[in-house]
Design a protein around this ligand. Structure first.
Ligand code: AGP
Length: 607
């Protein structure tokens, strides 16, 4: 989604803004722009496409000035054109915005009625032009901005820059995150700590409803009621913002390879060394008293929740209700006493997941958040938080956050099983021992990268790919399909193996690769029947299984990827690796933009 940066500095702002925008690229964008004030004069430059286009433009048409704002736009209202790119401006104000102004049509009609003309198709332009109107009526820049903010509904992070004001940025937050970075005699604003990392490690996060007046030496924050608000300055850990590729060609490849380390971090965080116990301080839930678990999330995080449903129901015998967050609240599901609600999100900012969480507020006994960004909105609004400890995930396709989510969820399910007495201490200890061994097993799986790469070359020729799985491999089939389609643009679907005969089998022909995820477990024989049905129709089966499973599958496979043997409950975490590698190498073979695939945003902060 859109990224915002602002600088009140001691040096030329334009290079600092462009550099910070580069760090926001991972969020996904299709145009970019900056505005500065120089000798009192406000000016802007904008360009469609990658940031290099904006940089090129700045070479030919430089922008001087030590105060500025910048933006990467992910189009919502209006095509990705230069005219629709931010900053938007009135005569003496420029605005950058992340989110959606829901009442922009009403406000636009109002201004049109007063003879104001609009140049863009965006919802954001109204913010600049309404502020301009209030300034024209005599309000100061700050009052005009605040009056405008009070009239907006929807989701927004906003930064305003004014003609004639070289030491002023006004900002506001309602929904999408916005942070202030404190420098020495300099001040910054940004969508996240990653953007601000080289500038400062002292960060203040705005709360929803906050607005602030920022100068080089001061910050005055007011809450939604207009009262002065005291928001803490936090020191951001360097590792929380480290975003280099470390020699890899793509962030996604690096993040896939980081997974054994991430799993170790998760285990270290929640399983004390040498103990067979799970410690989740702050969770404060006795699952013996829980009647029902409600889970919601989007995309990959949803697939992690769907996997966990199997664990919670089978291991802890807790009924689980689960839905994608974009549907959850519209069903108006009853959330009754005895319910614990669980929301999973890498970014912690996904608008639908946050809305689902808010729907459960005051209804569920406890709201648990599982997030990778501890300062995020979902973390702040949950009664208790489990961190993923995955480090910054930059590739749009979620990989290490997914396996971290699975690991945390499995640990939570085991804790629940302990509380409810549905697994014995020995049974839990067995699984914890297996989990401790998982990073090493995962390294063995990662070593198969070249095998997967060869198979991916062939898959890259396909137009459609099916993924099949049974039990916990079913959500993983959905995840494998999601990964493949989002970065290679090949149409892919994940199905429960047993559903094959109920429709998807009609798609099978000699051109459709079918990826079957099937460890040699209790369900293996059932899945093999489905695999034979595919082979009988000329389908090209890629079987991901262990040596024994591949041996038992017999002849007729197109390809096989041999996984190391692992405890059945851990298989979805391990088998995520070849599914991710297959998507990655297919995308590389097709030459797509792996880390920033078209149309996608890393953190989806609008509905
Ligand atoms: C994953 O590869 C996707 N890019 C996407 O589905 C993502 O998982 C989803 O948008 C949820 O994001 P979150 O975890 O930050 O809430």
């Amino acid at each position: 989604m859109c990224g915002i940066i602002g600088v009140l500095g001691d040096h030329e702002a334009a290079p600092v803004l462009v550099e910070a925008l580069k760090r926001l690229e991972y969020r996904g964008y299709d145009s970019a722009g900056i505005a500065t004030v120089n000798h009192g004069v406000l000016d802007r430059r904008r360009a469609v496409g990658k940031l290099v286009n904006l940089s090129d433009k700045l070479v030919h048409e430089p922008l001087a000035g030590k105060a500025g704002i910048g933006h990467t736009r992910w189009a919502t209202h209006g095509a990705p054109t230069e005219g629709n790119a931010h900053p938007h401006r009135g005569r003496t104000v420029a605005v950058v915005h992340n989110g959606i102004i829901e009442n922009y049509r009403d406000l636009k009609d109002e201004l049109k009625g007063q003879g104001v003309t609009f140049e863009t198709e965006t919802d954001t332009e109204i913010v600049a032009l309404l502020t301009q109107r209030y300034m024209d009526e005599g309000l100061s820049p700050v009052d005009a901005a605040y009056r405008t903010i009070d009239r907006l509904s929807g989701a927004f992070a906003l930064a305003f820059l004014f003609d004639g004001e070289e030491d002023l940025i006004v900002i506001a937050r309602m929904g999408p995150p916005l942070a202030i970075g404190h420098g020495d005699g300099e001040m910054y604003v940004g969508s996240d700590a990653v953007a601000l990392a080289p500038l400062t490690d002292r960060i203040t996060y705005l709360e929803d409803g906050d607005r602030a007046v920022v100068t080089r030496t001061s910050v005055e924050i007011r809450d939604a009621n207009g009262d002065l608000a005291n928001r803490e300055i936090r020191l951001v850990r360097a590792e929380a913002t480290r975003v280099d590729k470390a020699g890899y060609r793509h962030f996604m490849a690096k993040e896939i390879d980081e997974q054994p380390t991430v799993i170790s971090e998760v285990i270290n965080a929640y399983v004390p060394a040498g103990a067979d116990a799970i410690e989740m301080p702050g969770i404060d839930v006795d699952f013996a008293k829980v009647d029902r678990l409600v889970m919601s999330a989007c995309g990959t995080a949803f697939n992690a929740c769907l996997t966990a449903k199997y664990w919670f129901e089978k291991l802890a015998r807790i009924p689980v209700e689960i839905d994608v967050a974009s549907e959850f609240r519209y069903r108006e599901p009853p959330v009754v006493d005895g319910t614990v609600a669980l929301f999973v999100s890498q970014s912690g900012e996904t608008a639908d997941t946050l809305a689902a969480l808010r729907y459960c507020e005051g209804k569920a006994d406890r709201i648990l958040g599982i997030v990778n960004v501890p300062e995020s909105s979902i973390a702040r609004e949950s009664s208790a938080v489990l961190e993923l400890h995955a480090g910054p995930e930059i590739g749009v396709a979620s990989t290490k956050a997914f396996t971290a989510q699975l690991t945390v969820l499995l640990l939570l399910a085991l804790k629940a099983a302990g509380d409810r007495g549905t697994l014995s201490a020995d049974q839990i200890a067995d699984r914890l021992a297996a989990l401790r061994g998982l990073p090493a097993v995962m390294n063995t799986a990662l070593d198969l990268g070249e095998t997967v790469e060869r198979i991916a070359m062939a898959v890259s020729e396909a137009r459609d790919v099916l993924f099949l799985g049974r039990g916990t491999m079913y959500p993983l089939a959905m995840e494998g399909a999601l990964k493949l389609k989002e970065i290679s643009y090949i149409h892919a679907e994940g199905y429960a193996s047993g559903e094959l005969k109920h429709g998807p089998i009609a798609l099978i022909d000699t051109n459709v690769p079918v990826v079957v995820l099937a460890p040699d477990d209790d369900l293996f024989d059932k899945t093999m029947s489905n695999l034979q049905e595919v082979i009988a129709r000329g389908g090209k089966v890629i079987l991901i299984s262990d040596e024994r499973g591949i041996g038992r599958a017999g002849d007729g496979l197109w390809h096989a990827i041999p996984m190391p043997k692992v405890h059945a409950d851990l298989a979805p975490i391990l088998y995520a690796v070849p599914a991710q590698q297959l998507a990655y190498h297919t995308a590389v073979a097709k030459g797509t933009d792996v880390d920033q695939p078209r149309n996608l945003a890393k953190s989806v902060t609008v509905e």
